[in-house]
Design a protein around this ligand. Structure first.
Ligand code: NAG
Ligand code: NAG
Ligand code: NAG
Ligand code: NAG
Ligand code: NAG
Ligand code: NAG
Ligand code: NAG
Length: 744
């Protein structure tokens, strides 16, 4: 099956030309081949390579026919599957749901499957000469921005509010996407949006001109660490963001793109602008006065590739003029073009195609049985059980087969809204809505949307009443979806949209004591305090946007089928109300996220999630009670499953500084492991606290002596616990005198 694609690649006439150039010689070192290639390019050729990042009218990087180099499109979206490319693809859960799994191995597998599909489809596109947007191999993923405000429209694309969790998951994604072949990269990653992105999103003005005023400490401790981890993971690309940082647009920010990214972290890849972010330096931020000046500041700051909204002439086409005037050096242009070709080279473009096993992938590798199974497993692992009153869940499978389930609410059978944004489109037969999924386990299903869209401006009670009164159990499917929260659309508040709460309250009344289970489809937290407190709602399951396998995953989790016990944890705090949330425009971290929250308890804390079983913690043992200032600390904790069934558990480790000389988080997640613990058994879970995790920002990263506390358990410290031994604590101290982190 793979042969036709390989043959098509081999037969492409332009690629066989220029076979003799050293840059095509696979026996030479990569950098030597790059020297050869870049030195053959004229200034005009280099300028076009930098100006054509794809997107809309601009098209791909043009071919260089005299060297036999083909076109290449840099604009590809792979957040959780091959999104936006022509044709079908497997749709994995939205990023925030993946984050709720607290499972780097799961994210690795999702990214690996995504890369397989991206590559398989790319091979096909090349074979038919299609170089349009979303046909290439260079992904604008993962998103490593911090979920710093509950109403931000793009929360769903992130891995939540914690830099450590985000870094661990981002690294897994980058490695999964790029693959483990010793020579070739399966698809190249691009970490975004760099940096301090997450302010007001609503157009026409905010997202295109917002200035994020960030303190050096917040920047270092919250908005940079996950991006540094991305460099260490080997990403080929970064994307600079729309916003300004302390007055300087990210895509014109030399401190960010050169001093920190390349200087401090040693990044060797390319920086692509967010779509339109280069022209916005002038037309959004009014930071420059001409496109020539804009090209000069952006290129000199460290931006390599312009992705434009689709202007007739991209800003970077002025680079030639800037070089002629002496404002950009030829050396800088070469340095900017080099990582573009390094990426293409490592993707295999300039090697004999038969050497690269990824060239054998084709359409039969898309939406495979294995990928569908993975989409289902990922959805199951993403669910967070928020409430389970008196063991409402799991339902007994044998009972359900004899019963009628009412599946109601705007998400009950909507095959689009379950996906979230940046979603691939699967074949219709692979899309399982809650209704379709529950039909596979229930004796009978009644259904009523009640409102067609989640905005729920109009609500039709009669149809919901009929469905609920005819049923034994009511499953209520509420939430947000992309008509309420998405890119360029921030929410106005935490409430369930429109008449959704009316719908829920009516269902509880009509159910008259029969079980009511609330399924939530959202990213930004919802104020579900009524449902949390009211006895008529037996269980609440946060599902995020699980995509194609939604209904199958729900069917399995509601009955706890084949080990499908919910074990996800909230990757962000659900506040008890907007009074707990500082304004979005104010960039200080004070009062924001679990790390800096006030004392007023949230509705549900970061790291929260229930289980169908019960875990008890014991034996938190530290490798030492006194640790040298540059020393690591190994430790372990024992988790025992004392409940009725096998289940996974997310074991969490938090660090608290005793007497840091500078402001630090209240406490900080420093380790987590999602482990399967069979019923009646105990597992010893090891952790390593690296000295780096104790570092504080004091104008530089510094290690300080003093006393510290570790908390290990199934949740954050100082929150209501499920069982008394749910969180254990142990103290240790650090000896010696303070040191720079770089001296350790
Ligand atoms: C990566 O994906 C390919 C196909 O999609 C699969 O054959 C391989 O087993 C996967 N690797 C891992 C580690 O999951
Ligand atoms: C370009 O260089 C000239 C000569 O050094 C200088 O006067 C001018 O300000 C520079 N323009 C920009 C936009 O940097
Ligand atoms: C449920 O959704 C599917 C897919 O959109 C649609 O074909 C079907 O007609 C819907 N069922 C009902 C009862 O609305
Ligand atoms: C399912 O429930 C509906 C509504 O009560 C009823 O009309 C229908 O006959 C039931 N179907 C089966 C197979 O029981
Ligand atoms: C839950 O169980 C407790 C103890 O058995 C009982 O007192 C309470 O009424 C139950 N609550 C509901 C809502 O069923
Ligand atoms: C932002 O919030 C902090 C902490 O609440 C406050 O001290 C500061 O004045 C605020 N900044 C602005 C510009 O409102
Ligand atoms: C401490 O942990 C780091 C990982 O963060 C590792 O690179 C380093 O080698 C460890 N140091 C020692 C002394 O074990």
């Amino acid at each position: 099956m793979a042969v036709p694609y390989l043959t098509a690649v081999l037969l492409l006439a332009p690629l066989s030309r220029g076979q003799d150039f050293p840059f095509r010689d696979p026996t030479l070192p990569w950098e030597e081949r790059l020297d050869d290639l870049v030195n053959r390019l004229t200034l005009d050729e280099m300028v076009l390579q930098m100006a054509r990042g794809g997107a809309k009218a601009n098209g791909p990087a043009p071919p260089i026919k005299r060297l036999g180099i083909g076109p290449y499109n840099w604009n590809t979206e792979c957040l959780r599957g091959d999104a936006e490319a022509p044709g079908w693809a497997t749709a994995f859960p939205q990023a925030l749901g993946l984050a709720a799994s607290f499972s780097p191995p799961l994210i690795y597998r999702v990214a690996n499957a995504t890369a397989t599909e991206v590559r398989a489809k790319h091979n096909h596109f090349v074979s038919v000469g299609n170089y349009k947007d979303h046909t290439g191999l260079s992904c604008f993923s993962p998103v490593l921005n911090i979920m710093r405000h509950p109403l931000w429209g793009r929360n769903q694309e992130t891995y939540g509010e914690d830099p450590f969790l985000t870094a661990e998951l981002g690294v897994a994604f980058v490695k999964g996407l790029q693959g483990d072949h010793p020579r070739y990269v399966k698809a190249s990653a691009g970490c975004k949006h760099f940096d301090v992105h997450g302010g007001p999103e609503n157009i026409p003005t905010s997202r295109l001109s917002f200035d994020a005023k960030v303190s050096e400490r917040d920047w270092r401790m919250t908005f940079l660490p996950q991006f540094e981890a991305c460099v260490l993971a080997g990403t080929f690309s970064f994307m600079c963001s729309y916003n300004r940082i302390n007055g300087v647009p990210a895509c014109a920010n030399k401190r960010l793109l050169t001093d920190i990214l390349r200087g401090e972290w040693g990044f060797q890849g390319y920086v692509v602008s967010d779509e339109g972010a280069v022209e916005l330096i002038m037309v959004g931020h009014q930071f420059t006065h001409s496109f020539l000046e804009t090209a000069i500041v952006s290129v000199n700051a460290g931006c390599d590739l312009e992705l434009s909204y689709g202007m007739k002439q991209n800003v970077f086409t002025h680079i030639g003029e800037a070089v002629a005037k002496g404002n950009i050096s030829l050396e800088t242009v070469k340095a900017r073009v080099r990582p573009l070709f390094r990426t293409r080279m490592r993707l295999g473009e300039f090697d004999p195609p038969a050497m690269n096993p990824y060239n054998a992938l084709g359409p039969e590798d898309v939406q495979t049985d294995a990928h569908r199974q993975l989409a289902l497993q990922a959805a199951i692992q993403s669910f967070v059980l928020l409430k389970n009153q008196n063991g409402t869940l799991p339902l007994r499978a044998t009972d359900v087969r004899k019963k009628t389930l009412a599946v109601v609410g705007p998400f009950a059978n909507n095959s689009v809204l379950l996906f979230g944004d940046y979603a691939p489109i699967p074949e219709p037969q692979y899309i399982f809505t809650p209704r379709r999924g529950l039909e596979t386990i229930a004796g009978n299903v009644t259904f009523a949307a009640g409102c067609t869209f989640p905005r729920c401006d109009w609500y039709r009670p009669a149809e919901v009443k009929a469905a609920v009164q005819a049923a034994d159990i009511a499953i209520v499917c509420l939430g947000t979806g992309i008509d309420v929260e998405t890119e360029a659309v921030d929410r106005k508040g935490l409430d369930l949209p429109g008449h959704q709460l009316d719908l829920l309250q009516d269902v509880v009344a009509w159910a008259a004591g029969r079980p009511v289970i609330l399924l939530l489809f959202n990213a930004g937290p919802l104020d579900v305090s009524w449902a949390k407190a009211h006895d008529g709602v037996g269980a609440i399951l946060a599902c995020f946007f699980p995509a194609q396998a939604t209904g199958l995953a729900i069917a399995k989790v509601l009955v706890g089928d084949e080990g499908a016990n919910p074990a996800g944890r909230l990757p962000a705090t659900w506040p008890a109300g907007m009074h707990q949330v500082p304004p979005m425009e104010n960039y200080t971290m004070a009062g924001r996220t679990y790390r800096y929250y006030g004392d007023d308890p949230p509705l549900y804390p970061f790291g929260y999630g229930l289980s169908y079983t019960l875990f008890r913690y014991s034996d938190l043992v530290l490798g030492a009670e006194v640790v040298p200032v540059c020393g690591n600390l190994s430790l372990s904790v024992v988790v025992e499953n004392v409940g009725p069934r096998d289940s996974e558990e997310v074991v969490q480790l938090y660090l608290r500084w005793g007497e840091a000389s500078v402001p630090v988080p209240r406490w900080q997640l420093v380790g987590f492991h999602r482990v399967l613990v069979p019923q009646g058994q105990a597992t010893k879970v090891p952790f390593l606290l690296s000295f780096r995790q104790r570092a504080v920002w004091a104008g530089e990263w510094r290690l300080e002596p003093g006393s510290f506390t570790l908390f290990a358990g199934g949740q954050q410290p100082f929150q209501e616990t499920r069982v008394p031994s749910n969180v254990l604590r142990a103290d240790f101290s650090v000896s010696g005198s303070a040191r720079k982190r770089s001296q350790c």
